[in-house]
Design a protein around this ligand. Structure first.
Ligand code: FE
Length: 339
C-alpha cells in the first residue's frame, strides 16, 4: 500500500515539479540500545518502505519531548520499565491508540486500557544464587531474602534503581507499606556490601566470593554468557525464580507508546502493529534474552532452559502508581547505606 502511495506521489511530482517528495518515515526516541532495535526496524523498512529513524537516549526523554512540544519529530517512544512508560503518559506526552491488531497481539495485562502504552516483551526480576554456596530450594520467596539467615550474603544494586523500585512497589501491593518497609529493612541488614554497580556487578561479586545471592533481571544471564569476560560470572550462579508468598514472580515490561505530537501517525501505527506481531516479538525478545508476550510465542532456547515461572498478577499500572511510595520508603530506611 505504501509503495503504491509513493509511486502516486512521484507521478504527481513529475507533473507539477513544485511539490517535493517527502520520504515515508517514522521517528523513534528510544531508551533501548540501538542493536536491539535495528533487526526489527530493518525488517519493517524492508517490508513497508518506511524509513525508521531512531534517536537513542540514555536519559531525559520526558524533558526533551516537553521542550520540543508540538514541533517534536518523535512519533514513538521505546523504553523499559512500566514507571518510565507511565512517566511519559502522565506528562501528557502520549496519545491513545486504538488498534484491533495491537489488542489481539498484546494480552490485556500488558497494555494500557486506554491505549496510551503497549508492552512488547517482559523480563523477570529473579535471584542469582551461587552454585557452590546455595543449595537447591534454599531460596523460594522474595520475603525470605529479609530473613536473618542470609546476613552478610546478599548483593544488590541501588534500591532507587527503577528495577528495584518496581519490585518494592510490588512488595507494597502484596504486604502494605509497613510490610514492605520491614522487608527493605531486613534485606538491607543482610547485604554483604552497600549497594553499588549494576545487576551484572552483583553476579561478579558472587563469583568473587563477596556474597552468595543477588537480585537481578533474567536477561543479564544471557548477556553475561555472551561476553567472554563475564561468562565465568554467569557460570558461578544459577537462576532461581522466587515468588511472593501470596503471588508469583515479579515481571516488568519493555514497551512502546505513540507521542501526542506524532507527525507520522499512520507510519507510527504501522510500526507499532509490526512490533506487536508474534514474529517481531520473538525477534525482539530473543535479541535481549527476554520473554515475548503474544499467545503462542516462545523465548529463546537458552531462556527456556532457565525454567518456567508464573508471573505475579499485580497490575503493572499499580506498580507505576506505587512508585513514589516505594522510592520514599527506600530512602526512609536508608537502603543504599547498606548494612
Ligand atoms: Fe537492564
Amino acid at each position: 500500500m505504501f509503495l503504491k502511495l509513493r509511486s502516486a506521489l512521484l507521478a504527481t511530482a513529475a507533473v507539477t515539479v513544485a511539490a517535493p517528495v517527502v520520504a515515508e518515515e517514522v521517528n523513534v526516541y528510544s531508551y533501548r540500545q540501538p542493536e536491539l532495535i535495528a533487526p526489527l526496524t530493518d525488517a519493517f523498512t524492508a517490508q513497508t518502505g518506511i524509513d525508521v529513524n531512531v534517536v537513542h537516549l540514555s536519559d531525559g526523554m520526558v524533558e526533551r519531548l516537553q521542550a520540543e512540544g508540538d514541533r517534536s519529530p518523535a512519533d514513538l517512544v521505546f523504553t523499559v520499565d512500566i514507571s518510565r512508560l507511565n512517566a511519559v503518559v502522565e506528562a501528557g506526552l502520549t496519545q491513545s491508540v486504538e488498534s484491533d491488531v495491537l489488542n489481539a497481539n498484546i494480552p490485556a495485562q500488558y497494555r494500557d486500557p486506554d491505549g496510551q502504552w503497549f508492552g512488547l516483551t517482559t523480563r523477570a526480576r529473579i535471584v542469582y544464587a551461587s552454585r557452590d554456596r546455595v543449595a537447591d530450594g534454599e531460596v523460594t520467596t522474595y520475603e525470605d531474602l529479609a530473613d536473618p539467615r542470609w546476613e552478610g550474603r546478599i548483593c544488590i544494586r541501588s534500591g532507587t534503581n527503577a528495577y528495584n523500585v518496581a519490585l518494592t512497589s510490588a512488595m507494597i501491593e502484596h504486604h502494605g507499606e509497613e510490610g514492605a518497609r520491614e522487608w527493605l529493612t531486613g534485606l538491607r541488614g543482610n547485604l554483604a556490601r552497600a549497594p553499588e554497580g549494576n545487576d551484572r556487578a552483583q553476579v561478579k561479586a558472587i563469583w568473587a566470593g563477596e556474597c552468595d545471592i543477588s537480585i537481578g533481571n533474567t536477561y543479564y544471564m544471557g548477556k553475561m554468557l555472551s561476553n567472554e569476560e563475564q561468562r565465568e560470572w554467569a557460570d558461578s550462579v544459577r537462576i532461581v525464580f522466587p515468588t511472593f508468598e501470596n503471588g508469583g514472580t515479579h515481571v516488568n515490561v519493555s514497551g512502546v507508546a505513540m507521542t501526542a505530537a506524532s507527525p507520522n501517525q499512520d507510519n507510527a501505527l504501522a510500526l507499532m502493529e509490526f512490533l506487536s506481531s508474534p514474529e517481531a516479538q520473538e525477534i525482539y525478545a530473543h535479541a535481549n534474552f527476554e520473554y515475548p508476550i503474544a499467545d503462542g510465542t516462545e523465548p529463546a532456547e537458552l531462556v527456556q532452559g532457565w525454567g518456567e515461572f508464573t508471573a505475579d498478577d499485580v497490575n503493572l499500572m499499580t506498580l507505576a502508581r506505587l512508585r513514589g511510595d516505594a522510592l520514599r520508603i527506600t530512602e526512609e530506611v536508608d537502603f543504599d547505606a547498606g548494612n
